[in-house]
Structures are given as structure tokens and as C-alpha cells.
Design a protein around this ligand. Structure first.
Ligand code: SAM
Length: 375
């Protein structure tokens, strides 16, 4: 159980969240205003706040914040000691909002995974995984993605020499599998249409061995600035950036060997890492985002070369944003055919689509679908 000082810090952060801030934003602002806090204390405070939102609907809103935090931590410790101490049927109605059941299956193992602390994944530069693991310590390789390492240590990774010299990126395993599924080849011409801060752009550039080009576009220019800083640190130069607001006016007339649409989504797949979002995301968000996702796909589909591949990924598991979008898009585009994903299991009923589940990967949830333009 954290000491009283940690609980007091966490209680102040809860007050900021109650005043409409996202949990991660509230934590960042709080730490900026309390610079004397050392990394171990910050870690404990963040952990306490996240545990609070994992056990949120077990807590009595009439209790004082410190008491609620203590109750959440006690629930967490009891659950870790014996995950079956909380029935999966109870988790189904308390660990997630009621509307979710209409949008996705809720396997027991998935619900239990949501209540655990999330894993931290690194992406080593291609072929450098073993060397990086030896120099960083506390790293375990994944058998799902060739460059992925699960970091189990406590040091501040952003302060390591290996991070500063671009030897790794912090990237969730599910996100790394999007790059592996896209499988770009050196010399190709790719468009990463919602590139954001460039997590997947950098992976594509790396897989292309700094040859060919990745067009990285986003409607948020601040995110693209971050992408450029990250690419410089990784010494990757085979990319260019542009603005795209997702509309029918495209950033270029170029046709591409591959397009990745890592679309804006409800983020249900990140609810283990970001439990506050369980209580702020609404079915209306899911509906609106699914409309946006389909519009983005429709707007960029004409930019594929004959034989070109289109990869659609979202870090959510809701039917509306995954299979429903993929079905509607496929029905409107007879010029495309389903493309089997390299990461799909050999016995997959439809290898052109895959759900990555948090309890199977120990990572975020993700949906990936792929098509190829007929020649
Ligand atoms: C899931 S994030 C991308 C994450 C990024 N691919 C990565 O791996 O780091 C989705 C991105 O889509 C952008 N976006 C949101 N709505 C959009 C829209 N209507 N049109 C174009 N981009 C949009 C956001 O700015 C955000 O950067």
C-alpha cells in the first residue's frame, strides 16, 4: 500500500481529472508543477491513479478520495495475489462500461488482463535486439515480433544513452505488429496517412532499410514536428511529411505501393494502459469515429498503384470500428481484394483480418485488415 504522501498526491490529481482533464494530461501537469518529485515517487503516484480507474466502479463515491484510493489499491493487491478472487462475471459488469458488451465479446481472460498493470514494450532497430537487451538489462524478447523487447526494469528509459542515440523506440507490441503486417520492401513508395508522432512511420522506414520513401501525413502539425525529431534521433531519412486533413483533397497525386491508415479510433484496445478512458469514452464516440474511419479509407483508396497494398489498423476492438468498417469499405471497392496478412495464423478463417487481443499478447488490443488493388 502506498504511503500517505503518495495517496495525497494521487488525490490532488483526481481532483484535476474530475475537473475534466484526461488522466495522463493531469499527471503530466502535476509533475511539471512538482519538480521535486523523484522518478520512483512519480511512478508510484501514476500507478496509484491508474489502479484507481481500474477499480473505479467498486469504489464508494461518498468516501473521501484517500479512502477510495486505499480501497482501489487493496482490490488491486488482492486481485494480483489471486486473479480468480474477482469473478469474471463481476468484471464484465464493473471493469468496463455497460455499453461495451453490445460492441464486442468480453472473454474472461481479456477482462482479467484489463485489471493488470500493462507491459512496457520497446522496438529495437532491425537486427539489434540481442545487443540492446544485453546493454539495457531487464529485457525479454517476444516471439511475435522480431525486434520487440518487454522491458521489466525501473530505470528512466528516456535518459538512457541507447534512447538518445536512437537504438530503440518505445512502441507497444501490437503497434509493432502493424509494421510487421505491412511488410514494406526497401525501395517502395508508402503513405502513412495518419502518421501522428510517427511511431509506425519510423518502423516502416526502418523495415525499408532507409531506402524508398514513406510519405507521413497528419492533420496535426505539432505531431509531425515530433515525428521529425524522432526520425532525426533514429537517423532515418527516407520519409517526407505533408499535411492531410483526411478530406478528398489529397496531399499528392502520387500512387503508392503501400498505404497504411492507422486511423483515429476510440482506443478501447488501450484500456488496460489508460483505464480512465473506460469512463469517458461513449458509444457516440465509437459511432462518429467509425464514420470518420470509413471516410478516410474511401478518400485514400484511389492512391494505390495496381498491385498496391492497403493496411487499415485501429487500436480498438469494437465491431463498429473494425469489421463493420472493413465490410462497408470492401463492399464499396470491387477494385480491391482481401490480402492475407503475414502475421495471421495458418488456420485463420479470414487471414486478411486479425484481432490482436491484450490477453494473448500482453499488449494493447488492435485490429488490422488488408487489401490489395487488383492489377
Ligand atoms: C492513431 S493516431 C496515429 C498514431 C501514429 N500512426 C503512430 O503510430 O504513432 C491517429 C492520427 O490521426 C490523426 N487524425 C485524427 N482525425 C483525423 C482526420 N479526420 N483526418 C486525418 N487525420 C486525423 C490524428 O491527428 C492522429 O495523429
Amino acid at each position: 500500500m502506498p504511503d500517505q504522501a503518495i495517496l495525497n498526491h494521487a488525490a490532488q490529481i483526481l481532483a484535476a481529472i474530475a475537473a475534466d482533464q484526461r488522466a495522463d494530461t493531469a499527471l503530466r501537469f502535476y509533475f511539471e508543477g512538482h519538480r521535486y518529485l523523484q522518478p520512483p515517487a512519480k511512478r508510484l503516484i501514476s500507478h496509484t491513479v491508474f489502479v484507481y480507474f481500474r477499480w473505479f466502479s467498486w469504489l464508494n463515491p461518498k468516501d473521501a478520495p484517500q479512502k477510495r484510493l486505499e480501497h482501489a489499491m487493496a482490490m488491486h493487491e488482492r486481485f494480483l495475489a489471486d486473479p480468480k478472487s474477482v469473478k469474471a462475471e463481476t468484471l464484465a459488469v464493473r471493469a468496463v462500461p455497460a455499453w461495451l458488451a453490445a460492441e464486442m465479446d468480453l472473454p474472461h481472460d481479456y477482462l482479467r488482463q484489463l485489471q493488470r498493470d500493462p507491459a512496457l514494450w520497446l522496438r529495437a532497430r532491425p537486427g539489434q535486439r540481442d545487443t540492446l537487451a544485453k546493454s539495457l538489462f531487464a529485457c525479454e524478447p517476444s516471439d511475435r515480433a522480431p525486434d520487440a523487447l518487454r522491458f521489466t526494469g525501473v530505470q528512466d528509459l528516456f535518459k538512457t544513452e541507447q534512447f538518445k542515440t536512437g537504438e530503440f523506440e518505445i512502441q507497444d507490441l501490437a503497434s509493432q505488429l502493424v509494421g510487421v503486417a505491412a511488410a514494406p520492401v526497401p525501395g517502395e513508395n508508402w503513405w502513412d496517412a495518419c502518421a501522428g508522432e510517427g511511431g509506425k512511420t519510423l518502423h516502416l522506414c526502418d523495415l525499408m532499410k532507409n531506402k524508398g520513401v514513406v510519405w507521413a501525413t497528419d492533420r496535426n502539425e505539432r505531431r509531425i514536428d515530433t515525428l521529425k525529431r524522432r526520425a532525426a534521433r533514429a537517423k532515418l531519412f527516407n520519409y517526407r511529411t505533408d499535411f492531410w486533413d483526411g478530406g478528398s483533397r489529397l496531399p499528392t497525386k502520387a500512387k503508392f505501393d503501400g498505404i497504411l491508415l492507422d486511423a483515429p479510433c476510440s482506443g478501447v484496445g488501450t484500456w488496460q494502459r489508460n483505464p480512465h478512458a473506460r469512463w469517458t469514452t461513449t458509444p457516440e464516440d465509437v459511432r462518429e469515429l467509425s464514420v470518420t474511419q470509413l471516410a478516410l479509407l474511401n478518400n485514400l483508396a484511389g492512391s494505390l498503384k495496381p498491385g498496391g497494398r492497403l493496411i487499415y489498423s485501429v487500436c480498438t476492438l469494437t465491431r463498429s470500428e473494425t469489421t463493420a468498417v472493413a465490410d462497408a469499405f470492401a463492399a464499396a471497392h470491387p477494385e480491391l481484394e482481401p490480402l492475407a496478412l503475414a502475421i495471421s495464423p495458418a488456420d485463420a478463417a479470414d487471414p486478411s483480418r486479425i484481432f490482436l487481443w491484450p490477453h494473448e499478447l500482453n499488449a494493447n488490443g488492435m485490429f488490422i485488415a488488408a487489401w490489395k488493388k487488383k492489377k
